[in-house]
Design a protein around this ligand. Structure first.
Ligand code: HEC
Ligand code: HEC
Length: 228
């Protein structure tokens, strides 16, 4: 009886990357008292585990046609037309897929998430995989930069590198690339995580990462990543 329950729990644990992340985040404070060391260990552990997570195979060619209705905001080539819309070109397919599914289920909240619900409500799983593969295949551009200080942001970004990469290019496909993203969108996302208003996907992983950032820190980080 005991073994069966343990086995079931283990199977569930291995299937669910969010559960792994949450469990690590919850248990690590007990193992080590240092905040930054804790963050680094979590980042490295998750990065090591995640490449194994399965993902539907998308067809970028089919996705291009399906993405026509997205161009009004995200641009014909995945480069957004306004700074509050995220660039999608060159973003990780798995992160895009997770985000679209979270909007479709209306699980992703905060920021301008509600704008996205109607846009993706009619997409089937294969459509979502195709659209994600299409945007992931496009070359990433530069983000629109806002008021922050990019040099100051570079210094503050050290603690983000374990997941988002030293150059803003994420180390695992479920983490978004931040390089070349619009600063206004990044600032909004950081504020939404900090207020724990952004939910869905793996958003809970971000709450602790940005909890100690001031508005000025968020603006500096956003300016830094947008310019990469
Ligand atoms: C009317 C404008 C508009 C249209 C059209 C639109 N989007 Fe969006 N999209 C947004 C906004 C605004 C956000 C940011 C929402 C938020 O704050 O969570 C967003 C966010 C996203 C994100 C999250 C990216 C990230 O970095 O987290 C994805 C993925 C996305 N849209 C895909 C699509 C797809 C696919 C379509 C077409 C089927 C589409 N969008 C159509 C406005 C739009
Ligand atoms: C332990 C890994 C990890 C670390 C460290 C981390 N992040 Fe994240 N970050 C994530 C994950 C996972 C997501 C996707 C969450 C979701 O699904 O909403 C994310 C999403 C984001 C987004 C939203 C991007 C988008 O396109 O919607 C921003 C902005 C962001 N992180 C900024 C930061 C900053 C700034 C730091 C450092 C202060 C940081 N992150 C540290 C894992 C991490």
């Amino acid at each position: 009886m005991q073994a069966t329950t343990t086995q079931k729990w283990l199977a569930l644990f291995l299937q669910n990357d969010r559960l792994i992340a949450d469990t690590l985040l919850i248990s690590l404070p007990i193992i080590t008292g240092d905040y930054l060391v804790r963050k680094l260990i979590v980042a490295l552990a998750i990065t090591a585990i995640l490449p194994a997570v399965a993902m539907a195979a998308g067809d970028a060619g089919a996705g291009k046609a399906k993405a026509a209705m997205c161009a009004g905001c995200h641009g014909a080539e995945g480069t957004a037309l306004a700074p509050q819309y995220p660039n999608l070109a060159g973003q990780n397919a798995q992160f895009l897929e997770n985000s679209i599914k979270a909007y479709k289920a209306q699980e992703r909240t905060g920021g301008n998430a509600a704008m996205m619900y109607g846009m993706v409500g009619a997409l089937a799983d294969q459509d979502i995989a195709d659209v994600a593969a299409y945007y992931a295949s496009l070359p990433r551009g530069k983000g629109m930069v806002a008021a922050g200080n990019a040099d100051a942001g570079k210094g503050k970004a050290a603690m983000c590198a374990g997941c988002h990469g030293a150059d803003g290019v994420a180390l695992a496909p479920m983490y978004p690339n931040l390089a070349g993203q619009n600063a206004t969108y990044l600032e909004g996302a950081i504020a939404a995580y900090k207020a724990q208003q952004r939910t869905g996907g793996n958003s809970a992983m971000m709450y602790g990462m940005v909890g100690g950032l001031s508005d000025a820190d968020a603006a500096d980080l956003a300016a830094y990543y947008a310019g990469l």
